[in-house]
Design a protein around this ligand. Sequence first.
Ligand SMILES: [Zn+2]
Length: 626
Amino acid sequence: MNKIKILFILVFVCITLIPSFSQTFERKDIPEKYKWNLADIYPTVDAWQADVDMLNANVEMLAEFNGKLSESADALYKALKTGNDLTKTLWRAWVYAGNLSNENLNENQAIMQQMRTLETKLGEVTAFFEPEILKIPKEKIDQFFNEKPELKNDFDMYIDNIQRLREHTLTEAEEKILASFGLIAGNQNEVYSIFNNAEKPFPKVTLSTGEEVELTSSVYTKYRAAENREDREKVMKALFESYGDFKNMLGANLSGKVKKDWVYAKNRKYKSSLEASLNSDNLPTEIYSTLIEQVNNNLPTLHRALDLKKRMLGLDELHYYDLYVPLVEKVDMSFTVEEGQNILLNALKPLGEEYVTVLQKAYDDRWIDYMPTVGKRSGAYSNGGAYDVHPYILMNWTDDFLSVSTLAHELGHTMHSYFSNKTQPFAKADYATFVAEIASTVNENLLNDYMVKNAKSDEEVLYILGSYLELLRTTIFRQTSFAEFEWEIHKKVEAGEPLTGDDMCAIYYDIVKRYYGHEDGHCIVDDYIQYEWSYIPHFLGYNYYVFQYATSLIYGTALVEKMNEQGQPAVDAYYNILKGGGSKYSPELIKDAGIDPMSPEPVALTMQKMNRVMDQMEEILKKIGK
Ligand SMILES: [Zn+2]
């Protein structure tokens, strides 16, 4: 079977990585109000264990349905309902175990082991569900839906997600052969990881201070943003040229991965690797081509941002190696948890009273674990898997603006889960990756707008707007340039043309020069940038994935623009995403929220915002005489 999003796997968990540092506080020293209340899921570990024991005893009964799913509407409903209920309990237990173990990764690990064993067992026992449902003719499914409205109400999406893959599913024998190639399917990624993380020689560079450094990945990341211009040029040139030394090997390796994608797609009767990949979320390829086309149409906005950066850095000529230097010096802003909570209550007010009421409830009822403590998992996440309870957020609060914006982001996911869980049956509550980051970016946008309106100084405004502008530049334009490269190399292979390291350099260099306005002098893209593709691990590790970073931010920004322009009707429409869960496919949900992903509108609205941000920045610069 193709990999599809189904009832019996994973709920969406957003994990944000933020820098970690050593912790000195013990969990027991943290006041209760800063800790989440896991007792809402189970009062004690014993209660959790009782559910796990119940699951272990009952999972086997799903095997009784083997061979019977097509018998009648009742039989199918009963099987799915039983699987559904067990999965719901499994997830409740999972969230409890996961959260508890993340409180201290040095302890509490055995409980996760129990969960993984249970999940594997559930997967094995229900392995016959998909192939059996696939064999039921569409007409019979429709007849079942008529006979049993509950079946349609709860499981139509689950069933359709299986049925719609019929034309891309092969005979049992063919599927077996195809599956056997899974053994080598990850090879190119493995080769790249070993090379990139272990065997690639580190170039040595002598900095302006006379210090000689080896360009490991963290040293490179540090010095590409160096204030000394020669240093940052030197490290970028040395690093990319060190990849260029291996361009033939790296090219052959990536070419192998692209050919693999095409072999799988072709065998499954897809017209392209892109179609095959997007089909797992039921996205039409037009979503992808529209993004690339619209971003290309709006390159003048990127060029304006580059010109502004040139001006703010005081340069006559902006080079690609200047891009990592911060646009605006960091302004020290400090926020306690309570201050952060308050800011968000105000910033998210435009989303309506109900939203703010639930937000207050999330604070009061302790859905959130704030403080970094010894052994606690780093970063941040939101998990809405405990369907009958409420979502949970893990934070590592460090009193800075990043803490506030991370909380805004995670609260976006949490509120999305809250409303979807409340509105949809369990089987349709989980939302697709493609829509997940919309709720988080809507909140980040609203927070930024609020911070700008309530800033204490011009420097603060400039810092917030500057960081936001850089986010739009890197997430929308840079990620889309990657998406375009990924598409181009696949198209070459699909047309039966050769694809070497040199070809990739040429394709990549052309794209980057066009995006950054090299010919018109907006940003000079020096020739060693042609090797940058071989520095990006995503092209090997993922399949048409990076474009979703761009689309989410575009849709989130566009929705907030609409809310600013139209007020309440646009806010109401946005709730179609929040409450929609996985009750429809992503493009429909987004359309219901008021923007058509296949039209130029979302990018146009985002560019309108980006240009307004630059207007504001230029005004301040003028005012403070810069
Ligand atoms: Zn997220």
